[in-house]
Design a binder for this molecule. Sequence first.
Ligand code: ADP
Ligand code: MG
Ligand code: ZN
Length: 610
Amino acid sequence: RDYTPRIINISYTEGSGDKKWSSTHFAWTKELEVNNKRIFGNRSFRPNQREIINATMSGNDVFVLMPTGGGKSLTYQLPALICNGVTLVVSPLVSLIQDQIMHLLQASISATYLSASMEWSQQQEILRELMSPTCTYKLLYVTPEKVAKSDALLRQLENLYSRGHLSRIVIDEAHCVSQWGHDFRPDYQHLGILKQKFPQTPVLALTATATASVKEDVVQVLGLANCIIFRQSFNRPNLRYLVQPKTKKCLEDIDNFIKENHPKECGIIYCLSRMDCEKVAEKLREYGHKASHYHGSMDPDDRACIQKQWSKDKISIICATVAFGMGINKPDVRFVIHHSLPKSIEGYHQECGRAGRDGQLSSCVLFYNYSDYIRLKHMVTQGVVEQGTSAPRGSLQEQALETHKENLLRMVSYCENDVDCRRLLQLIHFGEMFDPSCCAKTCDNCLKELRWIEKDVTNIARQLVDLVMMTKQTYSATHILEVYRGSVNQNVKKHRHDTLSLHGAGKNLAKGEAARILRHLVTEEILIEDVKKSENMYGSVTSVLKANHKKIGDLLSGKHDIVLKFPTPEKAPKMGVLDESSVPRINKTNQQQSQVDGSLASELYEVLRC
Ligand code: ADP
Ligand code: MG
Ligand code: ZN
């Protein structure tokens, strides 16, 4: 197999901002507006809805990036209603599908679903109805494994298609296609077959979370042609973000936080394991909260019951694994607390996104300690992270593992960053620029009112750019930082980066400084985060840093200086002077011991220096 990386180019058009799509002169405009009001009970369209509908109804493949709660469902349900034929919707969870169908039936829109867990005879009946010339179904929901594994379904779809009755294919939660994303589902990888078999049917891919790499992965795997992209800002101004150190008193801290800020209000506490969910819920009940747990290994009836009680405010706090919440539609969630480290920034953003859907002020608190990272990394490596995802095998598994680790590391660096605006840190991740002064002190870092000093970091910036070039623009930001800081771990050794002249050039910088400078280079577009596609059979994707040749010239030639603000510590920074007594004694007769002590000494030195 050839694993040489290749940079792919996918052609697509930006749809947001193109006036063509907001026109009210399409043949279907009137019918859209009438049905939006009469059937869906909406007074108007939300941002981008009209545009997306016009683009998909014009027959284009469309990719939609819209935050949770933005109203993605309407963009296919309304077209489904007014177009002839059936719209196929692929959605990852049966519970999500059932929720959608309930709403559709309430609005008297004929919809059904097929899932592997259904009785065979029932499935047959639905398929027969689809075949019939008098078929009334407007929407057919399926789970991805149905598409991947059921030939019967594909045959029926072929039949519909040949009669011109397959009006649209919708891939909901499309980020599940990508193993670079936070919620990879292997069955989504087979969905490319739909575009191959039904090239004339427009595809609409919807997601609330996609980085540049996930987006390209989705477009590639689904085989979308000249696709039009609609995207919306991911900033949620009514959410405030905090990261708190997680100590032994964590549950007390949670209790205090809720009582002080959101007494008797509704919230979600995300926990790592099923056991944690149960323990946290129990403790909160002791503290007097109406709390309950929710996780994947509970009886489905119990889960449904808890969900119902929660939506009726009989329970105010749900302690859940990430299995809870996808598509949950409760507008007045006032807080989302992470009792342990989320697995990725995208996941974190989406989980937080379940708070404050009604636009009211809500809080997102993340309790962080480094040992949760170690624990989570171990779980990821063992492939036991609860997501309904079975770990794929072979090289795909290795690739997925690398992705998980990279995602985790980014999450750790988010938590450890006690300087930059949390919004900025999240939004950069989605490829969005954000001016931190717009945060208006709604995150813990902006609240700190740090005093800043300006430092000229041009030389460091140059070294980082050089390093990216030296390593042939094929490595991720995390990897470049490791090399720059002089790491000698396996990964760095494997690629022989420890022999590079810039290996360790940044080892004397304070913690997080190099990362900030690198991030600045990315926001200034001097470096670009690009995707690298390997040509192995899985076509997996990784994120790599590349130099922007239009901009690096000025930096390298000295025309462009980079001055950044850094926080000043309360006391004047003191250079560490190691006196005899603070250096651990080295036992020279024991080689192993001396190595341990040696690294301890250098660690101590690092601490003193910062
Ligand atoms: P998403 O899939 O983007 O997370 P949904 O499609 O589930 O969001 O929509 C979220 C909520 O917004 C739903 O309750 C829906 O009824 C409501 N909604 C969608 N579009 C409109 C609109 N144009 N006007 C009012 N409410 C809307
Ligand atoms: Mg949705
Ligand atoms: Zn901020």
